[in-house]
Design a binder for this molecule. Structure first.
Ligand code: ARG
Length: 472
């Protein structure tokens, strides 16, 4: 009787007489997005069924039937012919009901598990794969930076602070700054992977189970193991079903990459403006204007900059989602998936677009050379020149400030000021002071770890290339 009235809900319909309203189904369904967990859900069910058989909660023959049925369903999903039914709410119930229709033995599959520990386990497997995939995308990004740096090893540009010309730096040094960021990003995803590598299955809905399950067996089957191959499982069932730290860590790692890509985009957008004209973007990653025929707009980089806002939003959504929730599982938590799925998808795209755009970027060396020829960029080196002559830094700074002022008011470039006038500002300046204005010398002198001498840069690029090409 009840089953007929609420026929779809064989999973929880027992105590109900009425079907959920159409609207309730609309707000309650998650299969429209969590279908993406299908392969993980099936893997989890496989491991769970094997464990149930191992401990004697189901017969070996029942387990075989379930495994065979799961195989058939996996195939259907892969071929795109599986019919997802929103009335069955989520990926877990869709798969379980299709399985039970195929093999009646599957009505024993949900023994000693809940969708709460099931979805937590599915997601941990998803986070492991997503992290690996993003680390690979970040590697490609690093290789693109290295490629561009090597192809333009003789290009020197002004480095900026406050968007005012500061000191000359090889383009490679600027690009290697981003490489540092991407290396930290990879580290962040590898930490997410480590945190994901803990199996929550067996936590049940909230308080485990009275049945004699083997949590370690399941963890091992699913690859939740340490370097020695020993299984790793969660230590508190209540935390295990309601913890969403990983979601926040993952989304945050994505948002941080987004920030880095956004700043890189902004640099490139500036470089490609007529005012800078340091670089040209590949046509394939720019667009024209429907009105102004001359335009070549950096839309790819602008969209990356724009989408980085979305990644930050996803992190915020997750923090806000979890903030006021009492332990343990609340249905609010179903809203945890769209932000991380979105961050993953968008970031993968952003990284690929950025890597390819960089690979096709052409530097305008003549224009860079002209900008970096500004002698003011080496004003600090004149200060160092005086320091080496024994002048106190603060005083030296002041002296060079006066020289800059003189250059500005007289309209004579700093390095061309007449020696007599220079010496009237400070007599400790010798005739050789103009030798400071050699770009080559200025860069060569910055030859300690982390500095922009060509020697430092070359050795860094070699180290990085060896590290990343060996993985490929
Ligand atoms: N679709 C649900 C989610 O993603 C699965 C867990 C359902 N649990 C429950 N107690 N209703 O959160």
């Amino acid at each position: 009787q009840t089953m007929r009235k609420n026929s779809k809900q064989v999973t929880w319909g027992g105590r109900f007489e009425e079907k959920p309203s159409e609207l309730m189904m609309q707000i309650g369904e998650s299969v429209s997005f969590d279908y993406q967990l299908a392969s993980y859900d099936i893997a989890v069910s496989r491991a769970h069924a094997s464990m149930l058989s191992e401990v004697g909660l189901i017969e070996a023959s029942e387990c075989d039937a379930i495994l065979e049925g799961l195989q058939a369903i996996a195939q259907k999903i892969e071929q795109g012919v599986f019919e997802w039914d929103p009335q069955l709410e989520d990926v877990h119930m869709n798969i379980e009901q299709a399985l039970t229709a195929l093999v009646p033995e599957a009505s024993k599959l949900h023994t000693a598990r809940s969708r709460n520990d099931q979805v937590a386990t599915d997601m941990r497997l998803w986070f492991k794969d997503a992290s690996v995939s993003l680390i690979a995308d970040l590697e490609s990004m690093v290789l693109s930076c290295l490629q561009l740096a090597e192809a333009n090893s003789s290009v020197v540009i002004p480095g900026y602070t406050h968007l005012q010309r500061a000191q000359p730096v090889p383009l490679a040094h600027h690009l290697l700054a981003y490489v540092e960021m991407f290396l930290r990003d990879m580290q962040r995803f590898s930490q997410v992977w480590d945190s994901a590598n803990v199996c929550p299955l067996g936590s049940g809905a909230i308080a485990g189970t009275t049945l004699p399950i083997d949590r370690l067996f399941v963890a091992k089957q699913l690859g939740f193991v340490d370097e020695k191959g020993d299984p790793i499982v969660t230590q508190n069932s209540m935390d295990a079903v309601s913890d969403r730290d990983l979601f926040i860590d993952f989304a945050n790692a994505c948002a941080t990459v987004g920030l880095h890509l956004s700043r890189l985009s902004e640099d490139c957008i500036l470089w490609c403006s007529a005012e800078f004209a340091f670089a040209q973007l590949p046509e394939a990653f720019t667009t024209g204007s429907s009105l102004m025929p001359q335009k070549k707009n950096p839309d790819g980089f602008e969209l990356i900059r724009g989408k980085s806002a979305r990644l930050i939003g996803n992190t915020q959504s997750l923090c806000t989602l979890v903030k006021g929730l009492p332990l343990t599982y609340n249905r609010d938590l179903q809203e945890d998936k769209t932000p991380v799925f979105d961050s993953f998808q968008e970031l993968s795209l952003m990284l690929r677009v950025a890597a390819e755009t960089l690979s096709g970027m052409q530097m305008n060396e003549a224009r860079c050379q002209a900008s970096v020829a500004d002698p003011l960029l080496l004003a600090t080196d004149v200060v160092d020149y005086l320091v080496l002559k024994g002048v106190a830094f603060r005083e030296a700074h002041h002296i060079v400030g006066s020289l800059v002022k003189l250059s500005e008011t007289s309209g004579v470039p700093l390095n061309e000021l007449p020696l007599s006038e220079v010496q009237s500002i400070d007599s400790r300046i010798d005739a050789d002071w103009t030798s400071v204005f050699s770009l080559e010398k200025a860069l060569k002198a910055r030859n300690q770890i982390g500095m922009p001498s060509l020697e430092q840069i070359r050795s860094q690029i070699e180290t990085l290339k060896a590290r990343f090409s060996s993985d490929h």
